[in-house]
Design a protein around this ligand. Structure first.
Ligand SMILES: Nc1ncnc2c1ncn2[C@@H]1O[C@H](COP(=O)(O)OP(=O)(O)OP(=O)(O)O)[C@@H](O)[C@H]1O
Length: 330
């Protein structure tokens, strides 16, 4: 059963096998470059394979090249060199075939505010040359909790509903790959969580979701894999949990009972940082490497007669990892 079939047949059913069992990428990008007319090199050789049924979050600061990459895959911008395949079809040579496999939800709401939800979504399907399919449109609107608003004009909807209409439009022609460009930019926390659930539900129908985001929390929350783009290059592409494990750091903080003037030489081996007031000691270590060291550190402190009244650990977040990689916030 294809992702689209699953979409038609069930309320976001979990019918699709896990990412790891499927080998052929639904989107494959090889040595992709883009130099705009003014000579600006927006992409400098990007390689990327996206598996069917995964959620991939592309993180990167402003101007990193995320929208350029998405626009090339969607056939909106021409690449300067390299090759992009969607469902095995070349995005330049076989534009119609690839475009019909893709749904794009742009950053901006681009639709007639005086049109009804039903007409807007139905019209989108027609744009792709598909025959009307009221049953599918009904299903899409119900799954996105828009059914009760089908006869309302877009201007009568809340911000969150308008965003869901944009997703419904993109799903109206049953795409296999859905691109969401900054799906939750400028929305409140509740709406962001609602959107995350919509994205997860979509993935569970087999739709492959690629989203760009500035919100690290978003990637941390819903992505299966994370790609980091900066300066037109893909700096890393990694399964999220593996990434957190590999690059994640832990920090042990000890609150001392008495201020310490300096770290005793016998403890120099632990690479401790003493706070300016002398009342806390910090020890950083890689995830999974700490246990033995911490036991001997605590023994070393006891031997030096240094006592602490509290101790806490902190796991570095994806945000810390990102800042370390890119040198700035997303
Ligand atoms: N049509 C264009 N002509 C010239 N340069 C462009 C054009 N479109 C984009 N650029 C430049 O290419 C770079 C990448 O832009 P792009 O929109 O892909 O970044 P982005 O990662 O999506 O950024 P943001 O997060 O701000 O949306 C930027 O420096 C931008 O100014």
């Amino acid at each position: 059963m294809s992702g689209a079939d699953a979409y038609i047949c069930g309320k976001f059913r979990k019918t699709i096998p896990s990412v790891k069992t499927i080998m052929t990428p639904i989107v494959s990008v090889e040595k992709l470059t883009k130099t705009y007319g003014n000579g600006f090199e927006a992409l400098k050789g990007v390689d990327l394979a996206i598996e069917q049924g995964e959620i991939l979050a592309l993180l990167g600061p402003n101007g990193a090249g995320k929208t350029t990459l998405i626009s090339i895959v969607c056939g909106i911008v021409n690449p300067s060199s390299g090759k992009v395949l969607v469902g095995g079809h070349d995005v330049v040579k076989d534009f119609r075939a690839t475009r019909s496999l893709i749904g794009l939800v742009p950053q901006e709401l681009t639709t007639d505010m005086f049109e009804t939800v039903w007409n807007t979504v139905s019209f989108s399907r027609g744009v792709y040359g598909y025959k009307p399919n009221p049953a599918l449109i009904e299903k899409v609107l119900k799954d996105l909790s828009l059914w009760s608003k089908k006869d309302n004009m877009l201007r009568e909807l809340s911000g969150g509903m308008k965003r869901r209409v944009m997703i419904a439009k993109a799903l109206s022609h049953e795409p296999k790959v859905l691109f969401l460009d900054e799906p939750t930019a400028g929305v409140d926390v509740n709406l962001r969580r609602e959107m995350w659930q919509v994205v997860r539900d979509l993935r569970n129908t087999g739709v492959t979701v690629i989203l760009t985001t500035h919100y690290i929390e978003e990637a941390e929350e819903i992505a299966d894999r994370v790609g980091v783009i900066n300066g037109g290059k893909l700096l890393l592409l990694e399964e999220k949990t593996a990434l957190m494990k590999k690059l994640g750091r832990k920090q042990l903080r000890l609150e001392l009972t008495e201020p310490l003037k300096a770290v005793p030489t016998s403890l120099a081996v632990y690479d401790l940082t003493l706070a300016a007031d002398g009342l806390s000691l910090l020890h950083e270590y890689r995830d999974g490497e700490g246990q033995d060291t911490i036991a001997s550190l605590l023994a070393g402190l006891a031997a030096e007669n240094i006592h602490f009244r509290d101790l806490s650990t902190r796991q570095s977040s994806l945000e810390d990892i990102f800042v370390e990689l890119v040198g700035e916030k997303a």
